[in-house]
Write a protein that binds this ligand. Structure first.
Ligand code: ZN
Length: 253
């Protein structure tokens, strides 16, 4: 583990996935300091995706895959946004100005990029490259969680399968998740076409692998035990999904 990223699990030729978790933690690494007033936002969905890392770890274990987890809060800088995106570093949320994000100069922005953002994405590149040198099918899955209520919006879906390119596999995955008893929606609570899946899109396209983002409503992830149960259902839905690398499909003909 280094300052910005943890790699979890071992690369194996039969590991179905490279699992990423961009919002795994609310950690604000030193020398940054969060004030008591900042903590309220760090604890909430603004700071991290509660429960997502529990699901991601369990999925890695069940599928013999490898996981890449961020080790910094999205409020330090968001690894699921391009650094040129104005929301890459939020200066305020819900009317509160984040003390550690005020009047940042270019040097500090560059430090956050080189210390946190870039190493996180380099590890995903390394792991995907290494995984693709082995045999077997590969899916890049980015695991997130979402708040049940955002402003006036009550989110009715329990799981969201977010896609921008691989609609057919997303639909099959959603159907199999429904069969596990979940209320599932495609491209909800937000659409993959609206620039919300930067990490999966970037690495999936660069390495030409199928990629999806899975969003899980946070009230389903109230404890590690509950999160593991969700992961086990997701695992059953993934089995037999029919993920194929093009290279492998051609060889089979
Ligand atoms: Zn997230």
């Amino acid at each position: 583990m280094d300052e910005g990223v943890e790699v979890y699990g071992e690369l194996r030729h039969d590991g179905l996935m490279v699992v990423t978790c961009e919002h795994a933690t609310r950690r604000v690494p030193p020398p940054l300091v969060a004030t008591a007033a900042d903590e309220r936002l760090l604890d909430a969905h603004w700071g991290w995706d509660p429960g997502a890392e529990w699901v991601a770890r369990r999925l890695v274990d069940l599928t013999a895959s490898v996981g890449i987890f961020s080790r910094f809060s999205r409020l330090v800088c968001d690894p699921n946004r391009d650094p040129s995106d104005p929301t890459w570093i939020l200066t305020q949320a819900e009317g509160h100005c984040l003390s550690f994000n005020q009047e940042l100069d270019e040097g500090e922005r560059e430090r956050r990029r080189s210390t946190y953002h870039d190493p996180y994405h380099q590890r995903i590149d390394e792991m995907l490259s290494a995984r693709l040198r082995l045999s077997g099918d590969v899916l890049l899955l980015s695991v997130h969680s979402f708040t049940p209520v955002l402003g006036d919006e009550v989110r009715w879906m329990e799981l969201g399968v977010i896609f921008d390119a691989h609609e057919a596999v997303a639909a099959r995955f959603a159907k199999r998740l429904k069969a596990e008893g979940f209320v599932v929606a495609l491209n909800e609570p937000y659409s993959g076409y609206k620039n919300v899946m930067y990490s999966a899109n970037r690495h999936g396209n660069e390495h030409r692998v199928l990629y999806l983002e899975l969003e899980i409503r946070q009230d389903l992830l109230g404890s590690e035990e509950a999160a593991k149960a969700v992961a086990e259902s997701v695992y059953r839905a993934l089995k037999g999904l029919g993920v194929r690398k093009q290279r492998r499909a051609r060889r089979a003909i």
